[in-house]
Design a protein around this ligand. Structure first.
Ligand SMILES: NC(=O)c1ccc[n+]([C@@H]2O[C@H](COP(=O)([O-])OP(=O)(O)OC[C@H]3O[C@@H](n4cnc5c(N)ncnc54)[C@H](O)[C@@H]3O)[C@@H](O)[C@H]2O)c1
Length: 250
Protein backbone atom coordinates (compact mmCIF):
# COMPACT_ATOMS: atom_id res chain seq x y z
CA UNK A 1 0.00 0.00 0.00
CA UNK A 2 1.24 3.51 -0.83
CA UNK A 3 2.53 5.53 2.11
CA UNK A 4 -0.09 7.83 3.67
CA UNK A 5 0.27 11.47 2.70
CA UNK A 6 0.89 14.21 5.27
CA UNK A 7 -0.50 17.77 5.35
CA UNK A 8 0.14 20.87 7.44
CA UNK A 9 -2.90 23.05 8.17
CA UNK A 10 -2.27 26.44 9.82
CA UNK A 11 -4.93 28.25 11.82
CA UNK A 12 -6.43 24.82 12.51
CA UNK A 13 -8.14 25.70 15.79
CA UNK A 14 -11.34 27.05 14.21
CA UNK A 15 -13.34 27.86 11.12
CA UNK A 16 -12.03 27.02 7.67
CA UNK A 17 -8.76 25.56 9.01
CA UNK A 18 -10.50 23.16 11.39
CA UNK A 19 -13.02 22.03 8.78
CA UNK A 20 -10.32 21.52 6.15
CA UNK A 21 -8.17 19.50 8.57
CA UNK A 22 -11.12 17.14 9.14
CA UNK A 23 -11.85 16.96 5.39
CA UNK A 24 -8.21 16.03 4.66
CA UNK A 25 -8.31 13.40 7.43
CA UNK A 26 -11.40 11.88 5.77
CA UNK A 27 -9.29 11.55 2.59
CA UNK A 28 -6.79 9.43 4.56
CA UNK A 29 -4.25 12.25 4.89
CA UNK A 30 -2.37 12.67 8.20
CA UNK A 31 -2.64 16.22 9.49
CA UNK A 32 -0.23 18.41 11.41
CA UNK A 33 -2.38 21.07 13.07
CA UNK A 34 -0.69 24.43 13.57
CA UNK A 35 -2.46 26.78 15.97
CA UNK A 36 -1.87 28.99 18.98
CA UNK A 37 -4.88 28.03 21.11
CA UNK A 38 -4.39 24.72 22.96
CA UNK A 39 -7.99 23.91 23.89
CA UNK A 40 -9.44 24.68 20.47
CA UNK A 41 -6.63 22.87 18.65
CA UNK A 42 -7.13 19.78 20.85
CA UNK A 43 -10.83 19.91 19.88
CA UNK A 44 -9.84 19.89 16.20
CA UNK A 45 -7.53 16.94 16.85
CA UNK A 46 -10.43 15.08 18.47
CA UNK A 47 -12.62 15.77 15.41
CA UNK A 48 -9.82 14.48 13.16
CA UNK A 49 -9.61 11.28 15.20
CA UNK A 50 -13.41 10.90 15.27
CA UNK A 51 -13.30 11.08 11.47
CA UNK A 52 -10.94 8.08 11.52
CA UNK A 53 -7.85 10.21 10.87
CA UNK A 54 -4.44 10.67 12.42
CA UNK A 55 -2.93 13.99 13.47
CA UNK A 56 -0.74 16.01 15.80
CA UNK A 57 -1.09 19.48 17.27
CA UNK A 58 1.98 21.72 17.04
CA UNK A 59 1.59 24.99 18.93
CA UNK A 60 2.55 27.59 16.35
CA UNK A 61 2.44 31.31 15.81
CA UNK A 62 2.85 31.49 12.04
CA UNK A 63 4.37 34.97 12.22
CA UNK A 64 7.29 33.65 14.28
CA UNK A 65 10.13 32.16 12.22
CA UNK A 66 11.27 29.70 14.90
CA UNK A 67 7.70 28.41 15.19
CA UNK A 68 7.29 28.06 11.42
CA UNK A 69 10.57 26.11 11.24
CA UNK A 70 9.77 23.89 14.19
CA UNK A 71 6.26 23.14 12.82
CA UNK A 72 7.83 21.50 9.79
CA UNK A 73 10.56 19.79 11.88
CA UNK A 74 7.99 18.29 14.28
CA UNK A 75 5.83 17.15 11.36
CA UNK A 76 8.83 15.39 9.80
CA UNK A 77 9.90 13.92 13.15
CA UNK A 78 6.44 12.41 13.62
CA UNK A 79 5.50 11.35 10.09
CA UNK A 80 8.75 11.42 8.11
CA UNK A 81 7.37 13.40 5.16
CA UNK A 82 5.36 16.42 4.05
CA UNK A 83 3.16 16.34 0.95
CA UNK A 84 0.61 19.11 1.34
CA UNK A 85 0.04 22.41 3.13
CA UNK A 86 -2.95 24.66 3.63
CA UNK A 87 -1.58 28.01 4.82
CA UNK A 88 -4.79 29.40 6.21
CA UNK A 89 -4.08 31.32 9.45
CA UNK A 90 -5.22 34.90 9.18
CA UNK A 91 -6.53 37.92 11.04
CA UNK A 92 -8.80 40.79 10.03
CA UNK A 93 -8.78 44.40 11.22
CA UNK A 94 -11.74 46.30 12.67
CA UNK A 95 -13.41 48.24 9.84
CA UNK A 96 -12.41 51.94 10.11
CA UNK A 97 -11.40 54.80 7.87
CA UNK A 98 -8.05 54.51 6.07
CA UNK A 99 -6.41 57.43 7.88
CA UNK A 100 -7.30 56.18 11.36
CA UNK A 101 -5.30 52.95 11.01
CA UNK A 102 -2.19 52.65 13.16
CA UNK A 103 1.24 51.17 12.49
CA UNK A 104 0.60 48.48 15.07
CA UNK A 105 -2.56 47.32 13.23
CA UNK A 106 -0.58 47.31 9.97
CA UNK A 107 2.26 45.31 11.50
CA UNK A 108 -0.09 42.77 13.12
CA UNK A 109 -2.15 42.06 9.97
CA UNK A 110 0.93 41.87 7.74
CA UNK A 111 2.82 39.68 10.22
CA UNK A 112 0.14 36.98 10.23
CA UNK A 113 -1.41 37.21 6.76
CA UNK A 114 1.71 37.89 4.68
CA UNK A 115 4.82 37.01 6.69
CA UNK A 116 3.02 33.95 8.08
CA UNK A 117 2.26 32.59 4.60
CA UNK A 118 5.77 33.39 3.38
CA UNK A 119 7.45 31.74 6.40
CA UNK A 120 5.17 28.71 6.12
CA UNK A 121 6.12 28.18 2.48
CA UNK A 122 9.78 28.89 3.18
CA UNK A 123 10.00 25.83 5.45
CA UNK A 124 7.39 23.60 3.73
CA UNK A 125 8.89 23.76 0.23
CA UNK A 126 12.33 22.23 1.03
CA UNK A 127 10.61 19.23 2.64
CA UNK A 128 8.31 18.74 -0.34
CA UNK A 129 11.33 18.86 -2.64
CA UNK A 130 12.76 15.96 -0.62
CA UNK A 131 9.76 13.76 -1.57
CA UNK A 132 9.95 14.92 -5.18
CA UNK A 133 6.89 17.19 -5.04
CA UNK A 134 3.79 18.31 -3.24
CA UNK A 135 0.99 20.85 -3.28
CA UNK A 136 0.26 24.03 -1.34
CA UNK A 137 -2.90 26.11 -1.05
CA UNK A 138 -2.77 29.57 0.52
CA UNK A 139 -5.93 31.16 1.89
CA UNK A 140 -6.47 34.59 0.37
CA UNK A 141 -9.94 36.17 0.06
CA UNK A 142 -12.16 37.92 -2.46
CA UNK A 143 -10.33 40.91 -0.96
CA UNK A 144 -7.20 39.53 -2.59
CA UNK A 145 -8.80 40.30 -5.95
CA UNK A 146 -11.02 43.34 -5.29
CA UNK A 147 -10.92 46.26 -2.86
CA UNK A 148 -13.20 47.12 0.03
CA UNK A 149 -13.43 50.36 2.00
CA UNK A 150 -12.35 50.47 5.63
CA UNK A 151 -10.27 47.27 5.46
CA UNK A 152 -7.22 48.57 3.56
CA UNK A 153 -4.57 46.57 5.38
CA UNK A 154 -6.50 43.29 5.20
CA UNK A 155 -7.17 43.93 1.49
CA UNK A 156 -3.46 44.64 0.88
CA UNK A 157 -2.42 41.56 2.84
CA UNK A 158 -4.73 39.28 0.85
CA UNK A 159 -3.47 40.73 -2.46
CA UNK A 160 0.04 39.94 -1.18
CA UNK A 161 -0.94 36.31 -0.57
CA UNK A 162 -1.69 36.02 -4.29
CA UNK A 163 1.70 37.56 -5.11
CA UNK A 164 3.53 35.07 -2.91
CA UNK A 165 1.50 32.23 -4.44
CA UNK A 166 2.23 33.23 -8.05
CA UNK A 167 5.94 33.85 -7.50
CA UNK A 168 6.46 30.55 -5.69
CA UNK A 169 4.29 28.64 -8.20
CA UNK A 170 6.52 29.80 -11.06
CA UNK A 171 9.73 28.97 -9.22
CA UNK A 172 8.68 25.42 -8.30
CA UNK A 173 6.48 24.46 -11.29
CA UNK A 174 9.17 22.18 -12.73
CA UNK A 175 9.99 20.67 -9.32
CA UNK A 176 6.57 19.03 -8.93
CA UNK A 177 5.18 21.46 -6.36
CA UNK A 178 1.87 23.07 -7.32
CA UNK A 179 1.01 26.26 -5.42
CA UNK A 180 -2.46 27.82 -5.59
CA UNK A 181 -4.77 30.10 -3.60
CA UNK A 182 -8.40 30.01 -2.63
CA UNK A 183 -10.30 33.30 -2.47
CA UNK A 184 -13.39 32.80 -0.28
CA UNK A 185 -16.38 35.11 -0.13
CA UNK A 186 -17.99 35.61 3.29
CA UNK A 187 -17.87 32.32 5.18
CA UNK A 188 -19.75 31.55 8.41
CA UNK A 189 -16.86 31.44 10.90
CA UNK A 190 -15.57 33.25 14.00
CA UNK A 191 -13.95 35.80 11.69
CA UNK A 192 -17.25 36.65 10.05
CA UNK A 193 -18.93 36.93 13.46
CA UNK A 194 -16.11 39.24 14.56
CA UNK A 195 -16.59 41.41 11.48
CA UNK A 196 -20.38 41.80 11.65
CA UNK A 197 -21.31 40.90 15.24
CA UNK A 198 -25.09 41.04 15.78
CA UNK A 199 -25.61 43.74 13.19
CA UNK A 200 -28.54 42.34 11.17
CA UNK A 201 -28.35 45.07 8.53
CA UNK A 202 -24.65 44.52 7.99
CA UNK A 203 -25.23 40.77 7.65
CA UNK A 204 -27.95 41.34 5.05
CA UNK A 205 -25.72 43.75 3.13
CA UNK A 206 -22.88 41.22 3.18
CA UNK A 207 -25.11 38.35 2.06
CA UNK A 208 -26.49 40.56 -0.74
CA UNK A 209 -22.98 40.74 -2.25
CA UNK A 210 -23.29 37.01 -3.07
CA UNK A 211 -25.47 36.33 -6.14
CA UNK A 212 -26.02 32.83 -4.73
CA UNK A 213 -28.02 34.52 -1.94
CA UNK A 214 -26.16 33.37 1.18
CA UNK A 215 -22.79 33.29 2.89
CA UNK A 216 -20.64 30.20 2.39
CA UNK A 217 -19.90 27.34 4.77
CA UNK A 218 -16.39 26.30 5.84
CA UNK A 219 -17.03 22.90 4.19
CA UNK A 220 -17.37 24.66 0.82
CA UNK A 221 -13.85 26.06 1.14
CA UNK A 222 -12.51 22.75 2.47
CA UNK A 223 -13.86 20.95 -0.63
CA UNK A 224 -12.02 23.40 -2.91
CA UNK A 225 -8.78 23.00 -0.93
CA UNK A 226 -8.98 19.19 -0.95
CA UNK A 227 -9.44 19.30 -4.73
CA UNK A 228 -6.59 21.76 -5.34
CA UNK A 229 -4.23 19.66 -3.21
CA UNK A 230 -5.26 16.43 -4.94
CA UNK A 231 -3.86 14.92 -8.15
CA UNK A 232 -7.20 15.80 -9.77
CA UNK A 233 -5.82 19.35 -9.99
CA UNK A 234 -2.52 18.11 -11.48
CA UNK A 235 -2.38 20.83 -14.21
CA UNK A 236 -3.39 23.71 -11.92
CA UNK A 237 -0.70 25.96 -10.47
CA UNK A 238 -0.37 29.67 -9.70
CA UNK A 239 -4.18 29.86 -9.79
CA UNK A 240 -6.61 31.80 -7.61
CA UNK A 241 -9.81 29.82 -7.13
CA UNK A 242 -12.72 32.10 -6.21
CA UNK A 243 -15.12 30.29 -3.90
CA UNK A 244 -17.40 33.24 -3.43
CA UNK A 245 -20.98 32.46 -4.44
CA UNK A 246 -20.46 34.62 -7.54
CA UNK A 247 -19.45 37.82 -5.66
CA UNK A 248 -16.49 38.90 -7.80
CA UNK A 249 -18.17 37.94 -11.09
CA UNK A 250 -21.21 40.21 -10.58
N1 LIG B 1 -14.63 33.91 7.14
C1 LIG B 1 -14.54 34.62 6.04
O1 LIG B 1 -15.53 35.28 5.65
C2 LIG B 1 -13.28 34.64 5.22
C3 LIG B 1 -13.36 35.11 3.92
C4 LIG B 1 -12.20 35.14 3.13
C5 LIG B 1 -11.00 34.68 3.64
N2 LIG B 1 -10.97 34.21 4.92
C6 LIG B 1 -9.67 33.75 5.40
O2 LIG B 1 -9.80 32.44 5.88
C7 LIG B 1 -8.77 32.16 6.85
C8 LIG B 1 -9.41 31.46 8.03
O3 LIG B 1 -10.31 32.32 8.65
P1 LIG B 1 -11.70 31.82 9.28
O4 LIG B 1 -12.80 32.51 8.54
O5 LIG B 1 -11.71 30.34 9.38
O6 LIG B 1 -11.68 32.53 10.70
P2 LIG B 1 -11.11 32.04 12.11
O7 LIG B 1 -10.88 33.27 12.88
O8 LIG B 1 -11.99 30.98 12.64
O9 LIG B 1 -9.73 31.36 11.68
C9 LIG B 1 -8.49 32.02 11.66
C10 LIG B 1 -7.54 31.13 12.41
O10 LIG B 1 -6.21 31.65 12.31
C11 LIG B 1 -5.64 31.55 13.60
N3 LIG B 1 -4.53 32.48 13.73
C12 LIG B 1 -4.56 33.83 13.77
N4 LIG B 1 -3.33 34.32 13.95
C13 LIG B 1 -2.49 33.26 14.01
C14 LIG B 1 -1.09 33.11 14.18
N5 LIG B 1 -0.31 34.18 14.35
N6 LIG B 1 -0.58 31.87 14.19
C15 LIG B 1 -1.36 30.78 14.04
N7 LIG B 1 -2.69 30.86 13.89
C16 LIG B 1 -3.24 32.08 13.87
C17 LIG B 1 -6.79 31.87 14.55
O11 LIG B 1 -6.54 31.47 15.87
C18 LIG B 1 -7.91 31.08 13.90
O12 LIG B 1 -7.92 29.74 14.32
C19 LIG B 1 -8.14 33.52 7.17
O13 LIG B 1 -6.90 33.64 6.50
C20 LIG B 1 -9.14 34.51 6.60
O14 LIG B 1 -8.53 35.73 6.24
C21 LIG B 1 -12.07 34.17 5.71
Amino acid sequence: MAEQKVAIVTGASSGIGRTTAVALAKEGIKVSLAARRDKEAEETLLLVKQAGGDGIFVKTDVSNEDDAKSLVEKTIKTYGRLDYAFNNAGVVEEPASFTTKTSSIFDKIMAVNVKGVWLSMKYEIPQMLKNGGGAIVNNSSVYGVIGHPQLPIYVASKHAVLGLTRAAALEYAKSGIRINSVAPGAIETEMMEQSIGNDKQLREALVALHPIGRAGKPEEIANAVVWLLSDKASFVTGHTLLVDGGWVGR
